[in-house]
Design a protein around this ligand. Structure first.
Ligand SMILES: C=C(O[C@@H]1C=C(C(=O)O)C=C[C@H]1N)C(=O)O
Length: 271
């Protein structure tokens, strides 16, 4: 059974009037536990803090929550810890309560077994018919409103396809259903800007820094569909599967990049 803590209490429940439930009014982080605790813990907390500021949600990491997360991280290597922060209990309408008392939900999960295969073998993507709406106020943060992703993942993947490529309503390339995209061409690596929609993943930020250290010119920009043909290699990142090579998108095939394996090694991402 999934283990869960609500506001530090094991197996406690959440109010039916919690705004996370009513409006998706909150944020979340999905963190991989490596051999030495939660990977990129500070970066995850920083992104939650930035998301909270964007939503005007008065949340700060407390020593108690940090201690619980670190304790779980130490006790459950190679698992996934999910942290959900909501604005807490509110009345019936949209207007946020002041002050708010955020709800913190921590849960422990296995890492999907096929992610190790994805790392070893690479994956194939196919374009989703669901396009993301553009909302700069929410772009980049990992807020709880994920109905677009639910619609994307509700469709049955064609045979031999592992995940969806997701575009926005302007047909710009944004992400896979759950990871950030990188397109390689010679010494340049391009990744979508995510200023109108999408989630700026913690792994994306780590990979951007590591690529710069390796001497790549990393370009964060709006990318149109031409990039599918312009790129010689493509890979996708998220906090659980780390870095996964993309072998094909629709009818375009890509050889695996030489450097992604060593990047996985450098960032300690190997599953
Ligand atoms: C949906 C969740 O998180 C997203 C999905 C994954 C994943 O399935 O690999 C990883 C990180 C998130 N972008 C979740 O339930 O944690």
């Amino acid at each position: 059974m999934t283990q869960v803590w609500v506001n530090g209490q094991a197996m406690a429940s959440v109010s039916p009037f919690d705004r996370g439930l009513a409006y998706g009014d909150g944020l979340f982080a999905t963190m991989r536990v490596g051999p030495e605790g939660i990977a990129f813990f500070d970066a995850h907390m920083q992104r939650l803090q930035q998301g909270a500021a964007r939503l005007g949600l008065d949340w700060h990491l407390s020593p108690e929550l940090a201690a619980l997360l670190h304790r779980l991280g130490a006790a459950h290597p190679h698992q996934c810890i999910k942290l959900v922060i909501t604005r807490g209990v509110g009345g019936r309408g949209y207007a946020p309560p002041t002050p708010c008392h955020p709800t913190e939900i921590v849960s422990l999960h296995p890492i999907p077994e096929h992610y190790a295969d994805w790392q070893r073998q690479g994956i194939r993507l196919c374009t989703s018919g669901v396009r993301l709406g553009r909302q700069p106020l929410l772009a980049g943060i990992k807020h709880l409103n994920r109905l677009e992703q639910v619609l994307i993942r509700s469709a049955v993947l064609p045979d031999g396809i592992d995940d969806w490529l997701v575009k926005d309503s302007h047909r710009l390339l944004i992400s896979s259903s759950m990871g950030n995209l990188f397109f390689v061409r010679e010494n340049q690596v391009f990744t979508p800007a995510l200023t109108a929609c999408g989630v700026a993943g913690v792994m994306r930020a780590q990979v951007i820094m590591a690529l710069a250290d390796l001497g790549f010119n990393v370009i964060v920009a709006d990318l149109n569909e031409d990039f599918l043909h312009y790129a010689s290699h493509v890979f996708v990142t998220n906090s659980l599967f780390g870095i996964v090579d993309v072998l094909a998108i629709d009818r375009v095939n890509y050889p695996r990049a030489q450097f992604t394996a060593s990047l996985r090694q450098t960032l300690a991402l190997i599953l």
